[in-house]
Write a protein that binds this ligand. Structure first.
Ligand code: RFL
Ligand code: PHB
Length: 393
């Protein structure tokens, strides 16, 4: 069966959904193709930290109601090492900017609700999405749904299908330059039904490895520990995870970590990945399809939002004014911010994780860096402005 749309979007993660929403607000039609079910997409546990700029964009485009009601605004984070906590006063150091805690799940639910309320088209559980004609001005998406074949004719395709999607690989060999670094550690993350033991996020450096205390709500905590990248989750019964978290986050003054039922757990690798350019012909890559950052900087979702904001503006200029310059600038505009986030996320990762091959040299550098970041206003400010998100890159 044949269909037509202006922008064919692959993936109903934050990138694809927000792009569709932003285009709709300017009268541009799109269709989203998603491999998974609505339930799966809405329940996937991922990011939790939204930059001020992300919150502003969501609010300005009608998605701020629940976010402003249920999201938690944070003005600082804690760096904890050698048994002591050091607060980085994000807002004081950045002229009042802050971060918001609001789960990616909630962002995705709000976006799906908004798209469906506006009678937007999202096809969930599609199979074998295939791109063709991307070197022309009439690209095509072929896919299957419920065993039937479909063809979607588009003006443009947005590859918003994450790191493991199909769009990036449909670009002919030799066009993209790929940068890939795999870190020698992973994160074991849990979601737990227990009130957070802290008001602000704690990033802990410990000789047994990194630990992070984050949260989702006044009743739900989100915590992570550094593990080997190929670690088997079966080696980590809940008691062992809580024990390890308590050890790595212990303080001299006897801070206690409250424990509770573990609702979800999983292990994620840590990598840095970028492709350049983020475009070929009429295919534009956005979000994790084009880049991955290690989670230590809390930047992945925020970068995805920045990409699709840029892409929506460029597409709007093309449809409204026939101007293709913003589309030609799309990749380089995004990559400036992508590389800033890569550098910051790499800096946070190298400072906070233990390396198994360390002979003592690296850990001395890490301690010195942590003391400098916490003790110097200039260094704290640099961390803070990157963490809350630089407004003009
Ligand atoms: P997504 O979310 O991966 O969505 C891609 C969608 O495409 C679908 N798909 C396909 N659909 C059709 N056909 C195909 N062939 C398809 N292949 C894939 C998938 O099913 C999926 O629905 O990418 P998107 O939209 O670019 O969003 C990116 C974010 O999800 C990601 O960057 C963040 O989650 C990263 N991240 C964090 N980012 C932050 O900004 N702040 C954080 O605090 C933060 N914490 C995290 C994180 C990522 C983590 N993991 C799991 C690596 C914490 C962790 C542990
Ligand atoms: C999270 O809440 O999931 C989270 C917070 C901060 C990070 C990464 C993940 O750096």
């Amino acid at each position: 069966m044949n269909q037509k749309t202006q922008v064919g979007i692959i993936g109903a993660g934050p990138s694809g959904l927000l792009l569709s929403h932003l285009l709709h607000l300017k009268g541009i039609d799109s269709v989203i193709l998603e491999a998974r079910s609505r339930k799966y997409v809405e329940e996937r546990v991922r990011a939790g930290v939204l930059e001020q700029g992300t919150v502003d964009l969501l609010s300005d485009t009608g998605l701020g109601d629940r976010l402003r009601r249920e999201g938690l605004v944070h003005h600082g984070i804690e760096l904890r090492f050698d048994g002591r906590g050091h607060r980085v006063a994000l807002s004081d150091l950045t002229g009042g900017r802050s971060i918001w805690i609001y789960g990616q799940r909630e962002v995705v639910k709000d976006l799906i609700d908004a798209r469906l309320a506006a009678e937007g088209t999202i096809h969930f559980e599609v199979d074998t999405v295939n791109l063709s004609g991307i070197d022309s001005s009439s690209p095509i998406l072929n896919y299957q749904k419920d065993g039937r074949d479909f063809e979607l004719n588009c003006d443009f395709i947005a590859g918003c299908d994450g790191f493991h999607g199909v769009s990036r690989d449909s670009i002919p060999a030799g066009i993209l330059r790929t940068y890939h670094h795999v870190y020698p550690f992973g994160w074991l993350g849990i979601l737990a039904a227990v009130a957070p033991s802290t008001e602000e996020l704690i990033y802990a450096y410990h000789e047994r490895g990194f630990a992070l205390h984050s949260l989702r709500s006044p009743e739900i905590s989100r915590l992570y520990i550094q593990v080997e990248p190929d670690e088997d989750i079966n080696n980590w019964p809940d008691d062992r995870i809580w024990q390890e978290l308590s050890t790595r986050m212990a303080t001299e003054d006897g801070w206690t970590l409250e424990t509770g039922p573990v609702l979800e757990k999983g292990i994620s690798p840590m990598r840095s990945f970028v492709v350049e350019p983020m475009q070929y012909g009429s295919l534009f890559l956005a979000g994790d399809a084009a880049h991955i950052v290690p989670a230590t900087g809390a930047k992945g979702l925020n970068l995805a939002v920045h990409d699709v904001h840029q892409l929506s503006e460029a597409l709007i200029a093309w449809y409204r004014e026939g101007s293709d310059e913003p589309l030609r600038q799309y990749s380089s505009n995004c990559l400036d911010r992508v590389w800033r986030a890569q550098d910051f996320s790499s800096f946070m990762s190298l400072m906070l994780h233990r390396y198994s091959d360390d002979d003592g040299f690296r850990s001395r550098l890490q301690r010195s860096q942590l003391k400098y970041v916490c003790g110097s206003e200039a260094a704290s400010r640099s961390l803070a402005e990157n963490y809350v998100g630089l407004p003009h890159i």
